[in-house]
Design a binder for this molecule. Structure first.
Ligand code: UDP
Ligand code: MG
Length: 318
């Protein structure tokens, strides 16, 4: 039996992009259905992440035009990762497989066919991995590469150059449902789920219109989430740093005692001040790192919902 595929596409203020890309998603589904690779019940599912522009109006008219489009709307902007999980959880009730992708045309739609082929071979998770970073700025390329190295050093297992373009089966999504964390970093969780996994390479295009919603500040906070949601190694490093500073102080004390007993006069207010500044700096940083984790515990213990779906269009009956 051919699988029902849902493309899950989060959209936030994408009025400029949607008229250019929405038709391409649908044509791709038609092409794959005609080739007998997916079922005719397959759909393009948009998730409106609390957009403030006319995105929802555009999505509503698409849904009116064609039942192969469906959409849900979140009650307010919850961010890319939450919009994705909202769409995936909605889609898994109707689909055998889902593919999550950006709505701006950056994720090459021609990789969809290859992903479906990989699924047919028995893979339940297929990661879309970029085969080059030439469309990125020098800054984004360098920071991304250093970040992957840093994550590896912290013991976090993620797939380099893979963002959120991936295929997952409904069985995988059932497993993902059990991960109730509010600090969501999907590209860290999904490799951990297990199941049979494979990779499809694609070249990432430029955005067709509009601008990115990931400015430096959001990228930095996603990067911090990536570390603190998956590794406690920074906490251990603080302990090691504490031990190192304690050891150095111990050596310092012995030096002072020896100086006093040998009658050597020590003036040194400057060195004392330097040491106080250095140690209090380290303490501040350490408190900050611990605070990151405490903050996360605080958010997790409240068990608040990650998103609220306020509207649904063309979602089939179960
Ligand atoms: N997005 C979202 N909610 C947000 C920010 C972004 O749903 O708060 C969507 C956005 O519409 C796009 C995808 O997430 O489909 C990726 O965002 P973007 O293309 O701006 O990021 P980039 O590709 O530049 O990293
Ligand atoms: Mg994009």
């Amino acid at each position: 039996m051919t699988p029902v595929l849902y493309l899950v596409i989060p959209c936030y203020n994408e009025e400029q992009v949607l008229p250019l890309t929405s038709g391409k998603f649908k044509s791709k589904l038609d092409e794959l259905a005609e080739a007998g690779k997916i079922s005719g019940e397959s759909r393009v599912m948009f998730v409106n992440d609390g957009s403030k522009d006319s995105t929802w109006d555009i999505l509503s008219s698409l849904c009116d035009e064609d039942p192969r489009y469906c959409a849900i709307s979140l009650s307010r902007n919850r961010g890319h990762q939450n919009a994705l999980i909202a769409g995936l959880m909605e889609a898994k009730e109707h689909a055998d497989i889902t593919i999550s992708m950006d709505c701006d045309g950056q994720d090459d739609i021609n990789a969809i066919g290859q992903m479906v082929d990989e699924y047919a071979k028995g893979n339940e998770i297929v990661f879309g991995v970029r085969n080059d970073r030439s469309t990125d700025t020098w800054f984004k390329r360098t920071t991304a590469q250093s970040y992957y190295k840093f994550l590896k050093g912290m013991g976090v297992d993620i797939i380099p150059d893979h963002a959120d373009y991936r295929l997952m089966s409904s069985r995988v999504l059932d497993a993902l449902e059990g991960y109730g964390e509010v600090n969501l970093f999907l590209r860290g969780i999904i490799p951990q789920l297990g199941f049979k996994q494979s990779v499809v390479y694609y070249s990432r295009a430029e955005r067709e219109a509009g601008t990115t919603h990931y400015p430096l500040s959001k990228m930095a906070s996603l990067a911090i989430d990536g570390v603190t949601s998956f590794s406690v190694r920074p906490l251990r490093m603080i302990t090691l740093l504490g031990l190192l500073v304690a050891f150095l102080s111990f050596v310092g004390i012995i030096y002072v005692l020896v100086s006093v007993f040998t009658g050597y006069y020590v003036d040194g207010w400057a060195s004392t001040t330097c040491i106080i500044c250095f140690v209090s700096g380290i303490q501040m940083i350490s408190l900050g790192v611990i605070g990151e984790y405490v903050g996360k515990i605080y958010l997790e213990t409240k068990h608040r919902p990650r998103y609220i779906v306020s509207e649904r269009l063309n979602i089939p009956e179960k």
